[in-house]
Design a protein around this ligand. Sequence first.
Ligand SMILES: NC(=O)c1ccc[n+]([C@@H]2O[C@H](COP(=O)([O-])OP(=O)(O)OC[C@H]3O[C@@H](n4cnc5c(N)ncnc54)[C@H](OP(=O)(O)O)[C@@H]3O)[C@@H](O)[C@H]2O)c1
Length: 195
Amino acid sequence: MHLSLIVAVDENGGIGINGDQPAFISEDLRRFKKLTTGNTIVMGRKTFEALPKGALPNRRNIVITRQKDFSPPGCEVIHSGEELYEVCRPEEKVFVIGGGEVYKLFFSDATRIYLTLIHYKFPSIDTWFPPIKEDETSMAKIVTKEHECNQSCEFHSTNDLSKLYTNEWVVERSEGPYNDEKSGFSYSYINYVRR
Ligand SMILES: NC(=O)c1ccc[n+]([C@@H]2O[C@H](COP(=O)([O-])OP(=O)(O)OC[C@H]3O[C@@H](n4cnc5c(N)ncnc54)[C@H](OP(=O)(O)O)[C@@H]3O)[C@@H](O)[C@H]2O)c1
């Protein structure tokens, strides 16, 4: 099983507010669909219940819950992290799509992170992605720049990121920043692979 985490975080690692995501970026949703379609997605029961139309089409949907009688249509249900390894084939591409508890559960097993960094610090965040620890000797330079969205915020410059080694994670690829006209947010994509 090839296990990846896919997530959109703000600059503090925030991923959720009141059971919802802090922001939706159309281009990021298209990227999510492209990466996950034809593969397997794993999500916590709370993230599943926040999906507006239930199971996502053209993907194997797996929901993790401790409830023995939870069986939503179009989904397989597992009751522990270990069970994921029993139900997935060795060659299967599996994406953990959230939320906070489930990212934490699978963080140490994942070999890739597809991260969308939204260049903003949302107030009232109540759910976070686990910290991606950075090596003190070769940390990315965090630079502050005035963005098109007129928000002054910190971001990893693309050039620095291409050289970044974390103590656990290597940046394989980074793109951006881009600007989402609809929401006004600036965002970047950062793909990490486990060292
Ligand atoms: N920004 C992003 O990319 C992103 C992506 C996804 C979600 N989110 C956000 O994240 C938030 C939801 O995250 P969350 O941490 O509250 O909930 P969650 O991780 O989606 O789901 C938690 C639930 O998963 C089940 N679970 C967790 N660990 C388990 C284990 N070891 N064994 C069996 N079942 C287990 C439990 O379900 P039961 O209670 O049924 O037992 C638990 O209540 C929302 O705000 C959502 O919008 C953000």
